[in-house]
Ligand binder design. Structure first.
Ligand code: UD1
Length: 354
């Protein structure tokens, strides 16, 4: 079997690393393609180095753009490559624009599509990722779900049960493999932080950072939380451009994007995490760190039902109240089934058994 695996954007790399390793250990031929959606060294290269994800066999070099421009750019670049590869399966991960672009090309070329992280739904159609998820799952042949809610969503949408596999969460494979290495990093000391003495913030969703009024409102809440617990905020490039106009006060340290290991170290040592990321909702659940999600919905409800996550939206009063509560009371630690470090092996078994 020959699998063409597509890497594209920051949240893809830690999901793909263990799957590529498990496929290659099972002697499956893997052709690794990087679309170039993320291209800055700290948004891409650092993840390949830290996670021992090998150099991609092909770079599409597409870069940034509008949704249509970026998606179309990946499709135009991927089509002739896929024609030349003679792959049996195209494996796509997550919900970014490159994921839907490559899935569409493969489906029309008659090549089977396998989707890692299938079935997640926020039911929020204003999120570009929700459109990507639904389209990708509709045209995928192998649906690899991280949690039972994903399976239920796929069945409710009429996807055939024989194409759905509950495999668990590959992101957690990578977390469990790398947690000790992450904890050994000097990042806390370098930033003047002590274990349990600070909060960790990330924000990059267009709904939170593109509207200056919304960003200012959330930032005001962060400033209030930071007076009680200093915050460190590694800013995504999309966010960094917008933060310059705001005064975040002395208790919020803004840095550039951090690599995987430092992100994990900073989460593991934090007393509280505030984020609009999807993956961080999952990572904090496994680390047992309270997570406040700065959104009104989540495609990962299991992190609320069985983890440490809660939705707090963007209302400053609600954010500050929830932060005070978890800073005072902490949270109960639980972990969803099959978030056990072996999801990649189950993915290989699902692919080989089809
Ligand atoms: C994308 C994904 C989002 C994911 C996020 C993780 C889509 C629709 N969105 O959002 O689901 O959570 O990645 O980071 O695919 N930029 C750089 N350097 C880079 C990459 C981007 O400076 O290496 C800047 C550019 O100004 C670019 C902007 O970030 O225009 C947005 O990048 P883009 O890939 O369009 O979307 P993200 O916001 O990163």
């Amino acid at each position: 079997m020959k699998v063409c695996a597509v890497a594209a954007a920051r949240p893809n790399f830690m999901k793909l690393a263990p799957v590529v390793a498990a496929l290659e250990a099972a002697r499956v031929e893997v052709v690794l393609v990087h679309s170039g959606q993320h291209y800055d060294p700290m948004m891409s290269d650092v993840f390949f180095e830290e996670l021992a994800l090998r150099e991609p066999d092909h770079h599409l070099g597409v870069g940034s753009g509008t949704h249509a421009g970026q998606t179309a750019g990946v499709m135009v670049a991927f089509e002739p490559l896929l024609d030349a590869l003679d792959a049996d399966v195209v494996m796509v991960v997550g919900d970014v624009n490159s994921t839907v672009a490559c899935a569409l090309v493969a489906a029309k070329a008659g090549v089977a599509v396998a989707h890692v992280e299938a079935g997640l739904r926020s039911r929020d159609w204003s999120m570009p990722e929700e459109i990507n998820r639904v389209v990708v799952d509709r045209i995928s042949d192998v649906l690899l779900a991280p949690s039972p809610d994903g399976v239920e969503n796929l069945l409710a949408e009429g996807r055939p049960s024989e194409s759905i596999h509950l495999v668990g969460n590959v992101m957690i494979d990578t977390l469990l493999t790398n947690l000790d290495r992450a904890r050994a990093r000097p990042v806390l000391g370098d930033l003047g932080l002590t274990e349990g003495g600070y909060g960790f913030v990330t924000m990059h969703r267009p709904a939170n950072v593109d509207d200056p009024w919304v960003l200012r409102t959330v930032a005001e809440a962060l400033v209030r939380v930071a007076r009680e617990c200093p915050l460190v905020f590694p800013a995504h490039p999309r966010t960094a451009q917008k933060l310059d106009a705001l005064d975040l006060g002395p208790d919020i340290t803004v840095t550039g994007p951090v690599g995987y290991l430092d992100s994990l170290a900073l989460q593991a040592g934090a007393r509280i995490v505030l984020t609009d990321s999807g993956g961080i909702q999952e990572e904090t659940t496994v680390l047992g760190v309270p997570c406040l999600t700065l959104r009104d919905n989540t495609e990962r409800p299991i992190t609320i039902a069985e983890g440490t996550n809660q939705l707090v939206g963007r209302d400053p009063e609600r954010i500050v109240k929830a932060a005070r509560a978890v800073l005072h009371d902490g949270v109960e630690t639980r972990r969803p089934a099959l978030w056990d470090g072996h999801a990649s092996e189950r993915i290989v078994a699902a692919l080989l058994g089809r």
